[in-house]
Ligand binder design. Structure first.
Ligand SMILES: [Zn+2]
Ligand SMILES: [Zn+2]
Length: 282
């Protein structure tokens, strides 16, 4: 199948290396007809991408990739053509982005209560301006001589069940599907092969899942065939994309290396039209 549409691409609005404009220019050079911009938990690149798309003559499918947790596992849900400019939706997104910072703050506070005095400032420094995570806390614990190595920090303090463990407060996949539909977007399960448990598909069907990412660089041929079968069985649109993050960094796939045809994009658009026409996106 020729890839005409790459429906899974990141820009500098999240962790990609190309700006939305550069991305659209690159898509035009490669002869793509349309590109889905799906930055993590943000729509801040979409305005620039929309302008650039007009300039270069490539259609943009405005989207997002929401990070969720399901049975202790990270699950990503894609949403397309959401009414993302709505205020309530932006408030939810902001809250999601701040969750990571709040979690680390809680962990540091808990460590201080337990007598392990480390500062949040130092954890921020160690993270080097990027997103803070538990590995950075572990390094600061080591710097302060509380543990001999980061493995020990996790075992004794930071791992699930340990005294300074703070669970993530992320959306569930079901909540994210509902959120996308409330914003009149089309919810699609991202890279199900990375989840390793296809029960999630049926669980999300009742919430209004409309598509499943079948064509994806890290799916084996067997997985691809299996997800295509599931898509057919449940009348889901079989979508696809490269998860491109930029050529100069470790990227999942190259731009346009995975994706769908224009005919499949039209199918997805029909779903969008039905969702838009319904009163509550349901
Ligand atoms: Zn993902
Ligand atoms: Zn992605």
């Amino acid at each position: 199948m020729t890839v005409e549409v790459d429906l899974h691409v990141h820009t500098t609005a999240s962790d990609g290396t190309l700006t939305p404009r550069q991305l659209l220019e690159e898509a035009a050079r490669r002869g793509l007809k349309a590109v889905g911009i799906t930055d993590h938990d943000t729509t801040s690149g979409l305005a620039e991408a929309t302008k650039a798309a007009q300039a270069v003559g490539v259609e943009i499918v405005p989207g997002i990739e929401l990070s969720t947790v399901w049975h202790d596992q990270e699950v990503h849900v894609l949403g397309y053509w959401l009414e993302y400019e709505q205020n309530w939706f932006q408030v939810v997104l902001q809250d999601l982005r701040q969750e990571r910072v709040r979690r680390i703050e809680k962990i540091v506070k808990q460590l201080n209560n337990l007598g392990y005095h480390i500062s949040l400032e130092r954890v921020k420094e160690v993270a080097g301006g990027g997103a803070m995570g538990r590995p950075h806390v572990a390094r600061v614990l080591m710097e302060n001589g509380f543990v001999n190595n980061t493995g020990e920090a996790f075992r004794r303090l930071l791992a699930k069940g340990a005294p300074a463990y703070v669970p993530r407060q992320k959306l569930t996949p079901a909540e994210s599907v509902r959120l996308i539909r409330r914003a009149k977007g089309v919810p699609v399960l991202a890279h199900p092969g990375l989840i390793g448990n296809e029960n999630i598909v049926e669980e999300l069907l009742i919430e209004g899942l409309e598509g499943i990412e079948v064509y994806y660089p890290e799916h084996s041929a067997k997985e691809q065939a299996r997800f295509l079968e599931l898509a057919e069985r449940w009348h889901l649109v079989a979508t696809g994309g490269s998860d491109f993050h930029g050529s100069d960094r470790a990227s999942v796939g190259d731009l346009g290396s995975f994706g769908i045809s224009c005919a499949t994009l039209i199918k997805l658009k029909k779903v969008k039209d039905i969702i838009s026409a319904s009163a509550f996106g349901i």
